[in-house]
Design a binder for this molecule. Structure first.
Ligand code: ATP
Length: 500
């Protein structure tokens, strides 16, 4: 069964079970219309449509049927109508219901009537590009996402377009374009096909580049994902030997994925890196993308959170769909703990967090696309224990403050980056003097020392001048003593693997 077929079956079951309000999230109004038409035709239901632009319209040709009435007035009419298995369609639902208490309360009254009045039967179908459900309607509404076209469907869209041009397309171009179009809606695919054709009068493999460029735009516009151009190399990460070794192994597998799977190796899912602030978690994320030679997408967990019911889940779904569309890629979920704060607390937001969490976990479990997830977090006390259980991620690593050897390495990296390396500087001595410093603290010491040397008539950087700055630095471990102790205890009790 295709995604669309299973959505249809699901919708049909809800209609037959008299669910009063169904909410379709889609960028493709035509596809939603087609689906509604098919649902209605099975038992010849009448369809009334209201949209924001023209009020009540004929569902087929979209011409207004009466003079424009706003949604609240239309709902009042529907409340008074004799309804018998009707479909009542509300388009642009998120815009129409926004700040519209009268429409919201009338929709609620209609839902109650449909549930309790045996004389009336109808299904209200709200459709919109965003899921924004006012809390008052939450318990009446069931949310559905229209799926993006799968590879079969994309094949057909391209073929239809090429046939329309009376042209032909070879198999390789068709397959390359199909891959490139993954994650885009039917409308977006058609638009891009038109643009490609307008460019040079044909659809060819050269259009793949245009598609990929366009995808980057779509990702930027989504506001949830960021495409990070990382210049960090793997050799820029000091210490963390165990983590780096593990990542190198995964890199080898990813670069020979088909062969590895045939051999019986499981495709890598991802890794979670938890630990002390400023100790290289973000740096490792960026360096991993360079090592894997894959694009890096950063998921901004904070921006997932919407204020309407369903909005956060919708954002999460869109983000993961987009990541799959750009796969193979590394998906960096920064500050993972922010998404799942309050799970099980029963407080405000707890339900949303629980649903988001469930969705994320099942996506992790089922994902087939080559998306390598790299999650980073500081405060693991906020994370639900299920996430830390083995099997969710391939591995969880704990990044601690660097030990003496590692500090030496980190000093070397940051001094060399600025062309100020040994032998003039005694790295061992610097490492000895910086017990409890994070990588970020060390970088700050190097930066400041070089700045002061420059101001002092471009003096030569010496071990002593660096130690001078070190003596005047309060490392994070000291400043955040209590918090650090709390993290340490938690990491130890969970027996998380050390990254060093
Ligand atoms: P936070 O939890 O606060 O986001 P983080 O662990 O992600 O911290 P990073 O952002 O990776 O820390 O580190 C900040 C900066 O400190 C890095 O850009 C890098 O310059 C330096 N740094 C930290 N750890 C290391 C390391 N192991 N090797 C080299 N540089 C490091």
């Amino acid at each position: 069964m295709t995604n669309l077929e299973s959505l249809y079956t699901d919708l049909r079951a809800h209609v037959e079970s008299h669910y009063p309000l169904l909410y379709l999230v889609t960028f493709e109004e035509q596809q939603a219309d087609q689906l509604i038409k098919e649902l209605a035709s099975e038992d010849q239901r009448k369809i009334y449509e209201w949209n924001l632009a023209r009020g009540v319209v004929n569902f087929t040709h979209k011409q207004p049927l009466v003079e424009y009435r706003d949604l609240a007035s239309t709902l009042e009419d529907w409340l008074n109508d004799e309804l018998n298995s009707h479909f009542l369609i509300i388009k642009d639902a998120h815009l129409a219901l926004h700040d519209n208490p009268l429409a919201i309360t009338r929709l609620k009254a209609l839902a109650n009537k449909l549930l309790h009045d045996n004389e009336t039967s109808a299904t209200v179908i709200l459709s919109s590009s965003q899921a924004c459900i006012p809390p008052e309607l939450e318990k009446f509404i069931t949310l559905f996402d229209l799926p993006l076209p799968d590879e079969n469907r994309i094949h057909k869209i391209i073929q239809k377009f090429v046939e329309m041009l009376d042209d032909e397309i070879d198999n390789k171009t068709l397959n390359d374009l199909t891959l490139a179009f993954r994650g885009l809606s039917e409308h977006e695919i058609n638009q891009l096909l038109y643009r490609s054709y307008q460019r040079d009068g044909q659809i060819s493999s050269q259009d793949v580049e245009l598609v990929l460029h366009e995808k980057e735009q779509i990702i930027k516009k989504s506001g949830i994902l960021d495409m990070v151009s990382s210049v960090e190399k793997f050799s820029d990460v000091g210490g963390l030997q165990a983590l780096k070794k593990w990542l190198k192994q995964k890199s080898h597998i990813l670069h020979n994925l088909n062969e590895a799977i045939e051999f019986g190796v499981e495709a890598p899912k991802g890794v979670m890196i938890v630990g002390m602030p400023g100790c290289g978690k973000s740096l490792t994320a960026k360096a991993t993308a360079s090592l894997f030679k894959l694009p890096l997408l950063r998921l901004d967990v904070g921006s997932l959170m919407g204020k309407y019911v369903g909005e956060s889940e919708s954002n999460m779904r869109r983000a993961l769909q987009l990541a799959e569309a750009v796969s193979p890629c590394v998906l960096w979920v920064d500050e993972l703990e922010k998404a799942f704060v309050g799970i099980g607390s029963g407080g405000d937001g707890s339900e949303v967090a629980t649903r988001l969490f469930g969705y994320f976990l099942s996506w992790m479990q089922d994902k087939t696309g080559a998306v390598f997830v790299l999650a980073t977090a500081n405060d693991i006390s906020a994370l639900p224990p299920e996430l830390l259980r083995k099997g969710r991620f391939d591995e969880i690593f704990y990044v601690d403050f660097p030990n003496r050897n590692e500090r030496e390495g980190i000093f070397n990296i940051h001094l060399s980056k600025r062309n100020k390396n040994a032998p003039a500087i005694d790295l061992k001595k610097l490492a000895e003097k910086t017990d409890g410093f994070s990588g970020a603290d060390i970088e700050a010491v190097v930066k400041e020392s070089i700045e002061i040397a420059f101001i002092n008539n471009r003096a030569t950087l010496t071990t002593e001048s660096l130690i001078n700055i070190i003596d005047n630095t309060h490392p994070l471990k000291v400043v955040m003593k209590d918090k650090v102790k709390e993290y340490e205890d938690k990491f130890n009790s969970l027996k998380i693997k050390a990254a060093s």
